[in-house]
Design a binder for this molecule. Structure first.
Ligand code: UDX
Length: 488
């Protein structure tokens, strides 16, 4: 439907207010969805909290891509956070506290009183906040604006550890009481034979019921079923195990993943073929020199290593993983994000043999163009922290994984990678050079065929889902139709 067609049917123009939680991963996903809505002619106001918007302002490629859309605009709201976007997870609670104290009351006041500057010219007809922002759902209800939540963490985490948290608490599984970490959690419908206590989201590991993390999930997750819909970055086949259960609680689910490939496909189809499209919304500068380094390698021979935008490791963990990879003899491209090694490190803390061998078979960068890296023919495996975006990007390319999860949904994702999707090895809660070496050899060599076979099956289903008649395209079209209907 073109912009003109939409306008002819509406006296009030459809206008979506999108409001992501202020971290790089969620903002990136929200921008992709925002662009898809803009392409369909819907007006989008993208509300960022101030500290995450600052680095985005320097990202001229993203700004210039969005400046193409007359129906798009950025707005910001204070969050009281002085520093730039966090480079480690320990800032998570600090940022969320800033949102709680500063952003939340301001947002309510502005929405309910209609004091956002854009309100007078074009009222918001639908709100799409992050599913973590329960206060936005409450405010939308108060302002009589329909609301659809967008959850950017994995559906398997949302289901097992967030939506079912009251069940886990009632069953005595959370908070942990020194219980056996390998015990199966049987109270969650759909995952009775899969999820052990150690596979629940990291926040559930607290031994104290009044811990900030547990309180935060209980507080934030309650609003999800109260929204008119729930958008998930997955495709139907990938999460069929849990979607049927989740739909009993949240009947109107839109599965629009893999969002990065759906976005890429629709952007390519809808823009001038001569126009250069940089699809990345990454707020940090990507070092593209690693692409020519990859060009020098044979297909499927290189291991890619990254722990995403927030996870951290100690120097001891760094050395163990480093030894494991080097001892496997596999060439590697490793992203070492500044701030990702706790306390930092210099080469004097690293055994000479590691440094020498790295010169021969390794390439280290501070931030890589990950989607392009995973699509490069030389990549044969991914040693990952199992962030949801990284997991989806790897699945889409049919790349087997070694999972070393760090926090939040990653503990659940890595379990699903090994047990449900069978596309890799989960080494959670260990960091030992022998184990890393074995896991890397498994995915790159000895069990490569097994993992590659299922990885290719998922990759094909992922591709299928974003074709014109694929499930994710249909769900996106339905989402757009519903936004139009809600705006009438
Ligand atoms: C966090 C959580 O870790 C994740 O589990 C949650 O679902 C979202 O918030 P992050 O840690 O950054 O996100 O991990 P992930 O979701 O994997 O996102 C990382 C993103 O950064 C990916 O889209 C990846 O392509 C990109 N990236 C990573 C780069 O562009 N370059 C890099 O060098 C590394």
């Amino acid at each position: 439907q073109s912009h003109e067609q939409i306008n002819s049917k509406h006296t009030i123009e459809p206008h979506v207010l999108m409001f992501p939680i202020p971290f790089q991963g969620p903002v990136n996903c929200f921008l992709k969805l925002a662009e898809l809505l803009c392409l369909s002619g819907i007006h989008v106001t993208f509300l960022n909290t101030q500290h995450i918007h600052r680095p985005l302002l320097r990202h001229t490629e993203v700004l210039s891509r969005f400046s193409r859309y007359p129906n798009f605009r950025f707005e910001t709201i204070p969050d009281g956070v002085e520093h730039e976007t966090p480079v480690s997870v320990d800032r998570f609670l600090e940022v969320m506290a800033g949102v709680d104290v500063v952003t939340k009351p301001l947002f309510r006041e502005m929405m309910v009183s209609g004091r956002f500057s854009w309100e007078s010219e074009r009222p918001v007809t639908v709100m799409i906040p992050d599913a973590y922002f329960s206060f936005a759902v409450d405010v939308a209800k108060e302002a009589s604006v329909p609301v659809i939540c967008f959850e950017t963490v994995s559906p398997c985490c949302l289901w097992t550890s967030y939506l079912n948290l009251p069940t886990l608490i009632e069953a005595g599984d959370v908070p942990f009481k020194g219980n056996d970490l390998d015990e199966l959690i049987t109270s969650i419908p759909g995952t009775e034979q899969i999820i052990r206590r150690r596979d629940l989201a990291s926040q559930c590991r607290s031994t104290d019921m009044s811990s900030q993390s547990i309180e935060l999930i209980v507080k934030e997750a309650h609003a999800v079923p109260e929204a008119q819909g729930l958008i998930l970055n997955t495709f139907e086949e990938l999460d069929s195990l849990i979607l049927k259960h989740m739909r009993k609680l949240c009947p109107n689910i839109y599965t629009i993943g893999p969002l990065h490939t759906l976005h890429k496909a629709q952007l390519t189809a809808n823009t001038n073929p001569l126009q250069e499209n940089n699809f990345s919304n990454s707020v940090w500068k990507e070092d593209r020199t690693c692409m020519s380094w990859l060009d020098e390698h044979d297909p499927k021979t290189v291991l890619y290593i990254s722990i995403g935008s927030l996870a951290t490791m100690t120097i001891d963990q760094l050395v163990e993983i480093w030894y494991g990879v080097i001892n496997s003899g596999t060439p590697f491209l490793w992203v070492r994000r500044p701030g990702s090694i706790i306390g930092g490190y210099d080469e004097s803390q690293v055994p000479d043999e590691l440094l020498a061998r790295t010169k021969e078979i390794g390439c280290i960068v501070e931030w890589a163009p990950q989607e392009d890296v995973l699509a490069h023919p030389a990549i044969g495996g991914f040693l990952t922290h199992s962030g949801w975006n990284s997991t989806m990007e790897s699945i889409t390319q049919g790349i087997p994984m070694v999972c070393w999860p760090n926090f939040v949904d990653q503990q659940v994702n890595s379990r699903f990678v090994e047990e449900v999707w069978k596309v890799g090895v989960d080494i959670k809660d260990t960091c030992d050079r022998l184990q890393v070496e074995k896991a890397v050899r498994d995915i790159m060599d000895s069990k490569r065929n097994v993992y590659t076979q299922s990885a290719n099956t998922w990759a094909n289903l992922a591709k299928e889902s974003i074709t014109k008649t694929g499930s994710s395209s249909i769900h996106l079209a339905r989402l757009i139709d519903d936004i139009l209907a809600m705006s009438l």
